[in-house]
Write a protein that binds this ligand. Structure first.
Ligand SMILES: Nc1nc2c(c(=O)[nH]1)N[C@H]1C(S)=C(S)[C@@H](COP(=O)(O)O)O[C@H]1N2
Ligand SMILES: [Mo]
Length: 332
């Protein structure tokens, strides 16, 4: 896609498929500039140039999604969004290898159409749900979440999707369902990492029912105004913004409602290192490293300072109540 800005600084796309991204990033920056008191047409020019320079404009290779504004309090971070390039080339997706550059390189051969998600366990409406039906189940919203990896880096990503609770309510879990287990794609033919024993495949994650029903828990189909790139978990993934990144399973194929706490892939691999809750918490260290600070991807210049990691990744006002009275060191 070819993009240029006119004398007023407004972005024009040469192709018909202008992504909502350029428009929305400009809007965001305009709002930020207005708040800082800068006025006039120069603003628009600055915003569009900045959007291009920063690489915020995506290449338009994935199907555009048309998200509406988010309806969930706390779901929009005002921090600078991570560049599309960083968000799509620095990834964890061990099914495609353990290097950060592996997913972008190797995930492209993963077939994602047709795709369906099996709903099973303690639920009134189990069955196989086609991706097309899941996409239509509720209005897609844009949410700009921080994602904090347990390894000590973070990003800010504009996701597109809807609250997982929308799907959960549709399939009607039984009263006995206390947890939700998430199973992701594991195909040794197309995923080189699945042929290795770095983890016990498939990658399994889980949430307590109240966490799964929390409005911030996002079933994501896209990012930056487009369908998810494969390396980021196409065609659908979870995003749980107050937990370490590994709780956000990519390329979901199964959602199971259970009475007992699911055995997660990382929990089975290293139980003393990766607890079931894995809430972001600067006061609870990983046994091998501190969790007090983080490096924001894109800010790693010579003079870049480390950021202080926030309790529940900054979402304490929204989610803290779910853990009232819990010993967060014990339930790490
Ligand atoms: N299936 C699957 N999902 C996964 C992972 C994985 O290896 N396999 N890695 C997790 C980890 S450790 C992180 S930090 C996030 C990274 O998401 P991103 O690459 O879109 O930023 O995905 C999570 N989801
Ligand atoms: Mo992670």
């Amino acid at each position: 896609m070819l993009i240029k800005s006119d004398s007023q600084g407004f972005i024009h796309a040469a192709s018909s498929e202008i992504t909502s991204l350029s428009a929305y990033q400009s809007r965001r920056d305009l709002i930020r500039l207005m708040a800082s008191g800068v006025a006039g047409v120069a603003m628009a020019g600055w915003a569009s140039r900045e959007a291009l320079a920063q690489g915020w404009v995506s290449p338009g290779q994935n199907a555009p999604l048309k998200p509406s504004k988010t309806s969930v309090p706390g779901a929009v971070s005002m921090e600078k969004v991570t560049t599309y390039k960083d968000a799509t080339t620095y990834n964890n997706f061990y099914e495609f290898g353990t290097d950060k550059s592996d997913p972008a390189q190797h995930a492209q051969s993963m077939p994602i159409s047709p795709w369906s998600v099996e709903i099973e366990g303690l639920v009134k409406k189990p069955g196989r749900y086609a991706l097309e039906d899941l996409l239509k189940l509720s209005a897609q919203e844009e949410r700009i979440y921080r994602l904090r990896c347990v390894e000590g880096w973070s990003m800010v990503i504009p996701w597109v999707g809807y609250s997982l609770s929308e799907l959960i309510r549709k399939v009607e879990p039984l009263g006995s369902a206390k947890y939700v287990e998430f199973v992701t794609m594991a195909d040794p033919k197309t995923m080189p990492g699945v042929r290795s024993n770095v983890l016990d495949w498939p990658y399994v994650e889980g949430l307590r029912m109240d966490e799964a029903l929390h409005p911030l828990t996002l079933l994501a189909f896209g990012m930056y105004g487009e369908a998810l790139p494969k390396q980021n978990g196409a065609p659908l993934r979870l995003v749980v913004p107050w937990k370490y990144g590994f709780k956000s399973g990519k390329s979901l194929v199964k959602i199971r409602f259970t009475e007992s706490q699911p055995k997660t892939a990382w929990g089975r691999a290293a139980p003393s290192e990766y607890g079931f809750y894995s809430n972001v918490n600067p006061l609870v260290d990983h046994p091998r490293w501190s969790q007090a600070t983080e490096r924001r991807i894109g800010e790693d210049g010579l003079f870049a300072r480390k950021r202080k990691t926030l309790l529940f990744n900054g979402y304490e006002a929204q989610v803290g109540q779910m853990y009232a009275g819990m010993d967060l060191k014990k339930f790490f």
